[in-house]
Write a protein that binds this ligand. Sequence first.
Ligand SMILES: Nc1ncnc2c1ncn2[C@@H]1O[C@H](COP(=O)(O)OP(=O)(O)OP(=O)(O)O)[C@@H](O)[C@H]1O
Length: 610
Amino acid sequence: MQLKIGKAQGRDFSIDAQELVTGRTCIIAQSGAGKSWSIAVLCETMCRAKIGFCLIDTEGEYYSLKEKFPDILWIGAEGADADVDDISLDYDIEKINIKQLVSKAVSESRPIIFDVSEVDMVPRVTRLAHVLYDVASEQKKPYLLIVEEADKFIPQSRDSIKKIEEISRRGRKRGLGLLVATQRPAIVTKNVLSQCNNQIIGKLSIDNDLKAVGIFFSSKQEVEELTTLNPGDFFVMGSLAHEKTKIQFGKRQTKHRGVTPLLEEREIVEYFEEEEEEEEEDMSIYEDAGRITRPDKPEDDEEDENISKLPEILLTDHPEEEQEKNDFQTEEENPKTPGIKEEDKPKPKPAQKKAARKKITRSTTKSPEEAVINLIERDEAFEIAGTKLRRKRFGFGSGERLISGNMIYIPLFHVSVKYIRGRFRKTTQHTSFVIDGVKGRCVDTAGGLKFRPCFSDYIGLDENSIKVLNVMSFSGETVADLEGMTRLKQSPVKSALSRLEERKMVTISDTVGESDEPVYVPLITSTLPKLGTRQRNFDFRTGTLNGEKWDINIKEGDIRTILKALEPTSEIIEFRLYYYPLFEIKAGSDLEERTLYIDALSGREVIINI
Ligand SMILES: Nc1ncnc2c1ncn2[C@@H]1O[C@H](COP(=O)(O)OP(=O)(O)OP(=O)(O)O)[C@@H](O)[C@H]1O
């Protein structure tokens, strides 16, 4: 029997029903890539073909299948259906005789939705796996166990439900097939993944996950293609199809409950006056304009090795290797500026650094706050950190080992701004960007957090001081130069300079002319970016923060003042706080201790300098 599940190159695409129901299949794709949708399509197709299955529903999102297929038995905790119209729970998970029910369902090929979204999942699923295995051994009828979010139940690093592993090895002979779905193949036990002779693989981006599915592809190029897939696009491989095929899963017959809540629609450009057009540059807020030319830290694109034993990682001495950047180290962000010798360049005074250090505090949250949900688990972060240490990139002596690893959240603000642009034809433009709430640096969230100085040096200054500081260069300017550059009058320039001098942000480096006009140079390294039109979305899945976090030092008013100095018409229309998870991994030897930060979504190392 063939089951039609979607389209490949415009044509209907079907898979082998026998292989799906009694074989071992994995569905792998990152969040939002269409796993739940695809599983629902498979379930709808099986319902139509009267094939029995039991779906472990961790999010309470599959009950809608009952809209069209009332035969399905929905088992869950009472209350799980509180906000569901027309569809009601069939059995209370706390009260059922699971053996009896499963036995009946298998014998009648009736589908079950085993909704564990409201209960302690692992014990329930362990019991279910035992019961299913026993029933299958007795009845030997084709029946499929579907495990959503398999990393919760059969993780690589912690205790995996052994019965599910057994089903993957010995279920087929009993007619009991297994379909496991995960967004994190790197952390699902290889005991099961290696048993999957069928694979349905969609979009992936995390390096470790791409590596984990590499075994199913014949070239690196094919694996790379996974990063470009759209939601609903999957490669179907193994015995399900004649050959590896890229497909788009078909439409659902029932409502999809796993939809992402959508942002409100916003108008992006409104035209004010239809007059002469002005040439506009599309400079992004991320494109630094002047003084600073610091390149991004190169990404660590070396291959990660697999390390199974942690944290016992010992290093040898490598004193010649680069020492890790110290926290609060601002000099190293200082680029080599053309036209000024390194030794002539004024250095920030230690007092400045001390002041900054005092501000950085952390606390443990008490009230519910919005936090991005981590994709990397602690053990995996340890593994990544261990690999880095083993490569001796941070070597500072033998006997170094991983000491601790905890999740810590960094506050990030998603800032949306509107402003008016154009001298003749005025248009309202929008731009949005992400800054960190500790120092006010611009943050790039794609593929692991990266920070740029951006607003950080300008926080807490008044508008005129910001204007003056922003136009200054290391070759130095007189008051008259600054008047011209900022279009401010002499007295506001002078008072701005004296405030900046007080804060040790500018200094006099020389004098010129007969009247010994002072020449001012900045003591900070970065200039502000230009306002652009690029919009940075912040579309991560969020939940409630629960753990340690850095305290917020940045206020909306600080950013508003800077934006006004950059562009007087600018207006902040959103200033939304999110907490972003990192793993703080401490490593050390008897002599020294150091901290590595691992992005809890991408698994990349983050140079945070807080
Ligand atoms: N085959 C498809 N056809 C049309 N839209 C799709 C398809 N697959 C996915 N989508 C769209 O992508 C969205 C995300 O899909 P889905 O909820 O299945 O992702 P997911 O991988 O299960 O994510 P998560 O792991 O976060 O639950 C859906 O709400 C739907 O809008």
